[in-house]
Write a protein that binds this ligand. Structure first.
Ligand code: LRH
Length: 486
């Protein structure tokens, strides 16, 4: 048995997972979990990255004290696109911005005066979204030495070695989709300083051992290797999809729902651009062709709003009650820009339903039912678009990540799409993180197949079959004519 530490940072919490590699399977246990949230301050939205760092140190300490031999390696993944700036003295210059900060949208408008969105998509394969690193860079005013994406920043603090891991680098909108390297042509056109970025680091690179300071703080040994795992959380989750056959799509479901397939080559035509798809890199250099659907964010923000109002919300009870609400009573487009910012989601949902002439959800159960029906409908739209754009039919859908624990959402996704849903692993991100580390250490054979065999052995998916015809979903979709593709 070999112990690995998988540090997995999400928009609402971070975890340090102990991954026990036992030959053909990996068992995960949670060493520590700590909250995360974007912090509003003086009109800006930041991440408390030092709070996350202390949570990671505490988690590694807990992991070390529970094991006899320490960990062989540690790898970090997180949400995409955001970064910390490092000064010439090697230290963090400021709190990283959260991708929901408004500066991205403003910079996007300015950038699009210099290059069209369609041309940006054609050059990078990445759907131009306000939060992409390219737009955040365009909004930067400080002069820094380095910019490190969040997992690379943590990897740097762990090992002292700066890296620009490939899966996460691919989300920036700064990579040339043909070469897989930073696009000098794009940076020159936009006047961006590529000097902030170093060479793209291949996924699975061993960066080095733990810094003595970190070893002393955590009780781990300096021989613990720091691995640049698939550091984009979605890439890590997709690396752990336990495909059973061909013609399968995945939905990596958490704060976002990332709906896509894996391919050998990107799709960068105008149809893919218009349908809101993006091309990101997978753990083996594959292409994750996917669409970002605003996922459980709407529900999480609703729950935060209710709790702030003093309501005692138990998530399991809320979902059970949402399951009893009449289906498709009211639906919204989760990708409507009005839902992107933190805030009173139930009120925004009510306004949206009223505007579209639908019954207004009043109780938490009705709001939750509306969100989950709407998400299932958005999953349906994305799967249909995937089939059209790839020319290949989808027979089964693997729902992985935290959303795989939400049985109601999995069932509704099966109902809305008319496809079998295989749910799990819900710890796909941490599992994928650990699988890539295990391959980097030679504990598992290289390549996607060996990894997926271990993923299959590690967690058996739960099956959801459609309960009826999809026609009510087709009809409900017509209530949202402004949804980008119906
Ligand atoms: C999911 C995710 C997604 C990105 C978004 C910013 O956590 O990494 O893949 O598009 O965050």
């Amino acid at each position: 048995m070999t112990l690995l530490a998988a540090v997995d940072l999400g928009a609402s919490s971070g975890r340090v997972m102990a991954a026990h590699v036992r030959g053909d399977r990996i068992d995960l246990t949670e060493a520590a979990r700590f909250p995360n949230r974007a912090v509003p301050v003086h009109g800006r939205l930041h991440w408390d990255v030092l709070g996350l760092w202390s949570g990671i140190l505490d988690g590694l300490r807990a992991l070390a004290s529970a094991s006899n031999d320490g960990a062989a390696a540690v790898g970090v993944d997180s949400w995409a696109v955001d970064y910390g700036l490092i000064g010439h003295d090697g230290h963090l210059l400021a709190n990283p911005f959260c991708y929901r900060d408004p500066r991205g949208a403003a910079a996007k408008s300015t950038v699009l005066e210099q290059i069209s969105a369609a041309d940006l998509f054609a050059a990078t394969g990445v759907q131009p979204q306000p939060f992409n690193t390219v737009f955040q860079f365009a909004a930067e005013t400080t002069s820094a030495h380095r910019a490190l994406l969040i997992p690379d920043l943590i990897g740097y603090w762990l090992s002292g070695v700066p890296a620009w891991e490939a899966t996460n680098a691919s989300t920036t909108g700064l990579i040339d989709q043909g070469t897989g390297d930073w696009s000098r042509a794009l940076a020159d056109k936009l006047g961006l300083d590529l000097g902030l970025l170093g060479p793209v680091t291949p996924t699975g690179t061993v960066l080095g051992g733990l810094l003595p300071e970190v070893a002393a703080l955590t009780g781990l040994d300096v021989s613990t290797k720091v691995v640049a795992t698939a550091s984009h959380d979605t890439a890590a989750a997709v690396a752990a999809v336990p495909y059973e056959g061909e013609r399968a799509a995945y939905i990596s479901c958490g704060t976002w729902s990332l709906v896509g397939v894996e391919r050998d080559v990107p799709i960068t035509g105008v149809e893919a651009f218009a349908a809101g798809f993006t091309n990101e890199r997978g753990a083996d250099g594959s292409i994750r062709f996917l669409r970002n659907v605003a996922g459980l964010w709407l529900l999480n923000e609703s729950v935060s709003t209710w709790r702030a109002e003093g309501l005692d919300i138990d998530l399991a009870e809320l979902l059970a009650a949402a399951g009893r609400v009449e289906r498709l009573r009211a639906v919204v487009d989760p990708d409507d820009a009005r839902f992107a910012d933190p805030g009173d989601m139930p009120e925004r949902i009510r306004v949206c339903c009223a505007e579209t002439g639908q019954p207004v959800p009043e109780t938490p159960a009705e709001v939750a039912a509306c969100v989950l029906d709407s998400l299932a409908l958005a999953h349906r739209r994305s799967i249909a678009a995937l089939e059209t754009l790839t020319g290949e039919s989808v027979e089964t859908i693997h729902v992985v990540g935290g959303g795989a624990k939400n049985a109601l959402l999995c069932q509704l996704t099966a109902d809305a799409t008319g496809r079998t849903v295989l749910a799990g692993p819900d710890e796909a991100t941490a599992l994928g993180n650990a699988l890539v580390q295990a391959q980097a250490l030679g504990l598992i054979a290289p390549g996607p197949e060996a990894r997926r065999a271990v993923a299959r052995a590690s967690a058996a998916p739960r099956r959801f079959e459609p309960r009826g015809p999809t026609s009510p979903w087709e009809t409900a979709a017509t209530r949202l004519p402004s949804a980008r593709f119906v």
